[in-house]
Design a protein around this ligand. Structure first.
Ligand code: HPA
Length: 275
């Protein structure tokens, strides 16, 4: 990841400001990257060690620049376990964000809702997660220079960043639900029986990403916040037939609100002193 960070620094030039924040933009949510000013965009394929995904709706590039007055590094699109990529490989983009000097990471994703009142098009801030992916990106030898062998996740979703997200949503007049995200490996959607089981476990949303990145980010000492764009009611709760196309269409609706909330969040950060 230092190799990738070196490439980014070289392309950006010596005078590029240190990013304060990393932003991961998920399925159909990449539009915010277009608002980045003085952008230096680098395809993942040109960054050593970066896993390259192949899912529609994911651009696959790192964008360094300034958003609403704050230096940021945006990861526009991500790779997923279901593409056959090892969990440990998903560590590289997050560690690159850290190596570039960011203190916080905000992740976005598309997810199904397990709460009937949180309907498609709505946003949900993550308060916690349940990892049912059957994988952990920290499995294997630990590099003590990057983080500790055993990582606590009791405070994975930073309370202060969550409060700032709520404030930004309030200021933009956007309703922001809050709940527990349950991660599955995918790529199949869930069965109705699985969704009933996940509800009993305490899940509010279900998706196929984000959790590996959150684990790596906490290992690296990054503060974390995450927001799901609800694209559908989870299987068995609604009557729509789930598909990736459907996910992308509904992500586009939620994306407009999400872009406003995140832009406000980042603008507020610009006004605040570095943590
Ligand atoms: N399940 C899993 N992943 C998803 C869903 C879902 O219902 N919607 C968007 N991503």
């Amino acid at each position: 990841m230092t190799a990738a960070a070196d490439v980014v620094r070289e392309r950006a030039g010596a005078h590029a400001p240190t990013p304060r924040l990393g932003l991961v933009l998920g399925s159909g949510l990449g539009g915010l990257a277009d608002a980045v000013q003085d952008a230096v965009a680098i395809p993942y394929a040109e960054l050593p060690g970066f896993p390259v995904g192949s899912v529609a709706g994911h651009a696959g590039r790192l964008v360094l620049g300034t958003l609403a007055g704050t230096p940021v590094v945006v990861l526009q699109g991500r790779a997923h376990l279901y593409e056959g990529i090892a969990a440990s490989e998903l560590a590289v983009p997050v560690r690159t964000v850290r190596a570039l000097g960011a203190e916080s990471l905000v992740l976005t994703n598309a997810a199904g809702s397990l709460r009937a009142e949180v309907t498609p098009g709505r946003l949900m801030a993550l308060s916690d997660h349940i990892n049912l992916m059957g994988a952990n990106p920290l499995m294997g030898p630990n590099d003590d220079a990057l983080g500790p062998r055993f990582v606590g996740l009791g405070d994975a979703y930073d309370l202060e960043l969550r409060a700032q997200l709520r404030a930004a949503a309030g200021a933009e007049g956007v309703e922001l639900a809050e709940g527990v995200y349950l991660a599955v490996a995918g790529p199949s959607f869930e069965t109705p029986a699985e969704i009933r089981a996940f509800r009993a476990l305490g899940a509010d949303a279900v998706g196929m990403s984000t959790v590996p990145e959150v684990i790596v980010a906490r290992h690296a000492g990054l503060r974390v916040a995450a927001v799901s764009a609800i694209t559908n009611l989870a299987e068995g709760l609604g009557d729509e037939v789930l598909s990736h196309e459907h996910t992308l269409v509904n992500a586009a609706t939620a994306a407009k609100d999400l872009e406003r909330v995140l832009t406000r969040f980042v603008a507020d950060l610009a006004g605040a002193p570095a943590a």
